[in-house]
Design a binder for this molecule. Structure first.
Ligand code: G
Ligand code: G
Ligand code: NA
Ligand code: MN
Length: 256
């Protein structure tokens, strides 16, 4: 199709960019890192968000070159911030990994090589993988996660609470973080019920020795609730929207 051809063309022409959304500690406000979020600067349609091209990229297989570009660019950016001495050691870079990308046999090797080439230590890279991707082939996923973990990178289950995970698998996935899905934070569903689910996920994470991140925090009272529940980290429009690289660097420098 036409969009597919344009995506191929614009990947080659450097019309994809990353925006960065900061993640903060809920306890002391310290900057914990950025989530890299892909955008497409389409010559006619303007700036396109991932929901407008990730599904097509998954269908067509273009997610593989696109996903590789994202990993490379995110690592390059983080290495650059670190070498500029503008960056504290607590600050890391999160990258989203899609289903098809996760199932690529050479994903682990690609990431290892990219970190080496860009000169970024693995401890500054986090991968966000959704619960549903992991549960698809849970045994194979657990094995792959172990290999990623052995590299020294950090692993996060994204959109937690929306797929149906088996809690026994959660124990077998060597992950470091749970990221609570935005739908439980936003309160546009049954608020009392969402509150109970959030509180349960935070307890679960604590009991398993995992850190927990809440995404989609938009309002002060949501933030207050998360603090009261001792959620570790927060992300959302209340703190910052995803921003372009120079603005992200400003945020980085203002937090030192
Ligand atoms: O940036 P935005 O909030 O519109 O992102 C919407 C969705 O697209 C999110 O679920 C996010 O995880 C996903 N997404 C953003 N960037 C990437 C990317 O580089 N790779 C993959 N696989 N998903 C991404
Ligand atoms: O699925 P994923 O967790 O990767 O989603 C990231 C997406 O969520 C990004 O596209 C980002 O723009 C969006 N996002 C980030 N913070 C908020 C927020 O506070 N409210 C809403 N509605 N969306 C947010
Ligand atoms: Na994500
Ligand atoms: Mn998410």
């Amino acid at each position: 199709g036409r969009l597919e051809a344009e995506m191929r063309r614009d990947l080659d022409d450097g019309r994809f960019v990353l925006h960065y959304q900061p993640i903060y500690s809920a306890t002391d406000g310290a900057l914990q890192g950025f989530e890299a979020l892909a955008r497409w600067e389409h010559p006619e349609r303007g700036l396109l968000g991932p929901q407008e091209f990730i599904p097509l990229a998954e269908e067509t297989g273009l997610i593989i070159p696109l996903g590789r570009w994202v990993i490379r660019e995110a690592c390059r950016q983080m290495a650059s911030w670190r070498s500029g001495a503008t960056c504290g050691d607590d600050v890391s870079m999160s990258v989203n990994i899609s289903a098809r990308q996760f199932s690529q046999p050479d994903l682990v090797e690609f990431i290892r090589e990219t970190l080496e080439r860009e000169g970024l230590s693995p401890c500054f890279l986090k991968l966000e993988i959704t619960e549903s991707v992991l549960m698809r082939e849970a045994d194979a996923a657990a094995a792959k996660l172990r290999r990623l973990k052995e590299l020294g990178i950090k692993l996060m289950i994204d959109d937690f609470g929306t797929g149906y995970s088996s809690l026994s698998y959660l124990q077998r996935f060597p992950v470091d973080y749970l990221k609570i899905d935005r739908s439980f934070i936003s309160g546009d569903q049954n608020e009392e019920e969402s509150r109970k689910i959030v509180s349960t996920i935070i307890s679960l994470a604590r009991n398993l020795g995992l850190r927990v991140v809440a995404e989609g925090v938009e309002e002060q009272d949501q933030f207050q609730m998360l603090r009261n529940m001792q959620c570790d980290d927060v992300q959302g429009f209340m703190f910052s929207r995803p921003v372009e690289s120079p603005k992200a660097q400003d945020l980085l420098e203002s937090y030192i």
